[in-house]
Design a protein around this ligand. Sequence first.
Ligand SMILES: [Fe+2]
Length: 146
Amino acid sequence: MLVENLKTLLASTETFSLKSRNFHWNIEGSNFPQYHEFYDTLYTDSYATVDIIAEYIRVLNSYAPASLTRYAELTVIQDQTKIPRAELMFQESFEDCQKMIQLVVEIFDVATQERQQGIANFMAELQDLYSKKAWMIRSILKKERE
Ligand SMILES: [Fe+2]
């Protein structure tokens, strides 16, 4: 059901954003300024989509979940309570981007079937957003040529 999928997306986006904030604050390494800045943008860009998702849930005449307990129940993105080293943070964020892409692609198909073109269009935008972030992280993780 489309609206239930959007609740999963809302919880997953909140979790993704919070984790990006964790990494923004706590990342360390010789490229700290760039890493700190990258995670600030990742947080800002993902968090900017939260309100739009919640309002689509209301458009579909359901209530938007907005509690940590509900988010923990619904999210496909795992919470991170530790402070991994920088490379592991990027690997985790890369995998999380893949999970977000998979989720929005599934919701795109459901929205299309239900002829909710605005929501489908928004899912396409989210696929672009997380695909570009995944490209950037993959490039950060790539070992430089000698
Ligand atoms: Fe900051």
